[in-house]
Ligand binder design. Sequence first.
Ligand SMILES: [Zn+2]
Length: 181
Amino acid sequence: MHSGKTTDLVQEIYNLERVGKNVGLYKPRVDTKGGNTIVSQLGYARECDGVIERLRDWLPEMRTKDYVFVDEAQFMPARDIDMLAQLGVETTVICYGIRCDGFQNPWKGSARLLQIADRLEEFESYCEVCGGKASRNTRFINGVLQTAGQQDCIENFDDISYKCVCTKCWFELKKSSSKSA
Ligand SMILES: [Zn+2]
């Protein structure tokens, strides 16, 4: 989303480890970008302590941490978010994720987080068309705005790209792409 979310995540972990906190960073298996390392747009990187396939396999280790960070939490099933909420009774759990997919539909993990998280914090990003506050992550294939399609990342499919835009620009892009279709 170009919001500085990953830069913030890496910085937070750095700050906590500097003062001696035992921090664990995890992400779900479905996200294949960058292997086991999380890399921000500014180039800050942090190796994951675990890539989650079955969350319950990681819970004993997570319980030993002072802080558990989960990146790309939008990809997790709702039941995993519920398990993380339960873990949050014993230790501090902080999830990072994107609210909606490229078609403004909520990701399963994000929908559950919005429902049950004790505290929500939004990272703002700027519209790549007008520079206003962006609220929509949109998918383009061969330069054409997509308003429906498969929710998952399909990186090898044609020329796929994502842009953050504001609601006003989204409607304008939608109007012009339906005219050119
Ligand atoms: Zn805009």
